[in-house]
Design a protein around this ligand. Structure first.
Ligand SMILES: [Zn+2]
Length: 241
């Protein structure tokens, strides 16, 4: 396999999180998730437990627990006698995941409108500036930066349950995009994010929800969820087995 994400080497100045009983497992989890969002790990790709354990300097059992956590989130699948692979969503998965995320994001942005402080609006505007810079420089972490915009809105909404649900859906949406996007590109448009920030800043929940729905209609329109693509996916599945 290629592109094993290294602990403490994300280059983004992000400190290693310490949470839960086994902080190193959280670090490995975060690095694998970042690698998926950055598209270094793609649907169907094999995750070699031994190589991951060597790369992170941990027992194989810890890598296995991280992979099981990702399996529980439908991001990884285990195949008998073959090991772990990044999930490859079906067309039905794609419709369901984006429909769920579109509805959840509209609820979340309404709450963000109600609860955003002046500091929150400043954070959103700073993030937008970072996002524009990442887009213009075509930085490799541009997709992650765009995803983090949506996570930031969820944080502002102030409901950890919704925030966690959105995190799960973001990861699955990235997998859908990896398989079904019409051409390699960027999931989110900064201008649409900018419009969302102004709706939140002006506390216009109806306008914010409408803009969010438009944003997701736009994203879904960038996907090819046709029978032709279904056949292509079937061919790849055959080649992998
Ligand atoms: Zn977006």
């Amino acid at each position: 396999m290629v592109g094993i994400p290294q602990v403490g080497m994300d280059g983004q100045g992000k400190s290693d999180k310490v949470r839960g009983k086994h902080p190193v497992e959280d670090v490995i989890y975060d690095r694998l998730v970042d690698a998926i969002i950055d598209k270094h790990l793609r649907p169907g790709q094999h995750l070699n437990e031994v190589k991951l354990a060597d790369a992170y300097g941990v027992p194989r059992s810890r890598v296995r627990r991280v992979l099981e956590r990702l399996r529980d989130e439908d991001v990884v699948v285990f195949e008998l006698n073959k090991g772990a692979f990044i999930s490859r969503p079906t067309i039905e998965d794609a419709h369901n995941v984006f429909e769920a995320r579109r509805h959840l994001e509209c609820v979340v942005v309404r709450l963000a409108c109600e609860r955003a402080t002046a500091d929150d609006i400043d954070s959103l505007r700073r993030h937008l500036a970072d996002e524009r810079e990442a887009f213009e420089a075509l930085r490799p972490n541009v997709n992650r930066t765009a995803a983090e915009f949506h996570v930031l809105i969820a944080e502002i909404a102030g409901n950890p349950v919704l925030e966690r649900m959105l995190g799960l859906l973001i990861r699955r949406c990235v997998l859908v995009q990896s398989v079904y996007e019409k051409k390699s590109g960027i999931l989110c448009l900064t201008d649409e994010h900018s419009h969302l920030v102004e709706c939140i800043a002006e506390n216009h929940p109806d306008a914010a929800a409408a803009q969010m729905a438009h944003h997701f209609d736009h994203i879904v329109s960038s996907l090819d969820l046709t029978e032709t693509r279904r056949n292509e996916v079937d061919i790849y599945e055959f080649a992998r087995s």
